[in-house]
Design a protein around this ligand. Structure first.
Ligand SMILES: [Zn+2]
Length: 260
């Protein structure tokens, strides 16, 4: 499913829309804000393409006056297509097909270009002026002080806490497993039990491995990739048997030998 890395890839693609003016919007009527979005966006000019966590944000202006911010949360299978080009052709658990019947949103620009969100499973959500204050620091920016403060003395498992978007914005299931594997931290460790060097190891893994995965194509490009998650080969670091279990409600793959 699209994580923060995929949202960043989509954000880069959406930069092509900056300076363009919305002519018309087609949107799935099942969207809660369908009416507001359809009636508000036309005549707005895109001034910025931003990302918070897994959320893509397009700032709009009307006659040079700042207007509302349009947001896309990509759900399970949502894909962004700008001017017919999809930056991610195939999501790991999605379909490679671009069936027009799955378009849940089409923004038509006055220059003839199109921004579409194609979503077979219909879990993408479109927003206006989403509450941006409910997200924690971004996965690319968070530092040891902020992470240690968020962890505090909580007893919850680090796997569950790192998936919490109010603690770190942008991480999904694949990226959390990768960061924990790289940092050598057990997904079951209570966050309050992690000493400062282990918190810093998590930050270092986010700073190093997430950008590398982004450049390789997204959240499926880590060591704990989808093939590894299914086949469960010996740990690439030490050869120990890897384990797959549900932690924090999500399937977690980890190495009990070096993740302590
Ligand atoms: Zn290992």
């Amino acid at each position: 499913m699209p994580e923060g890395l995929e949202a960043e890839i989509y954000r880069r693609s959406a930069e092509r829309c900056i300076g363009r003016t919305v002519a018309a919007v087609e949107i799935d009527d099942r969207q809660v804000m369908a009416f507001e979005i359809r009636s508000t966006l036309p005549a707005g000019t895109v001034t910025a393409a931003r990302r918070i966590g897994k959320l893509l944000l397009l700032d709009l202006a009307f006659d040079s006056v700042a207007g509302p911010t349009f947001g896309v949360h990509f759900g399970m299978t949502g894909r962004l297509v700008v001017d017919g080009a999809a930056p991610i052709e195939r999501l790991e658990y999605g379909s490679g097909r671009d069936d027009p019947a799955w378009d849940r949103l089409t923004i038509r620009f006055t220059d003839g270009g199109l921004l579409r969100v194609n979503d077979p499973r219909r879990w993408a959500v479109f927003t206006l002026d989403a509450d941006e204050t409910r997200y924690g620091p971004d996965m690319f920016d968070i530092d040891g002080d902020a992470l240690a403060t968020s962890f505090g003395r909580r007893r919850a498992a680090v796997k569950a806490v790192m998936l919490d978007q109010t603690v770190i914005a942008g991480l999904g299931n694949l990226c959390v497993d990768e960061v924990l594997w790289q940092a050598g931290v057990s997904p079951l460790a209570p966050v309050g039990s992690l000493d400062r060097p282990r918190v810093e190891a998590l930050v270092a893994a986010m700073r190093t491995n997430l950008p590398a995965m982004l450049e390789l194509g997204g959240s499926h490009r880590g060591v704990i990739d989808p093939e590894t998650r299914v086949a469960l080969p010996p740990c690439p670091r030490d050869g120990a048997p890897m384990r797959r279990q549900t932690i924090g409600g999500r399937t977690t793959v980890w190495c009990p030998f070096h993740q302590l």
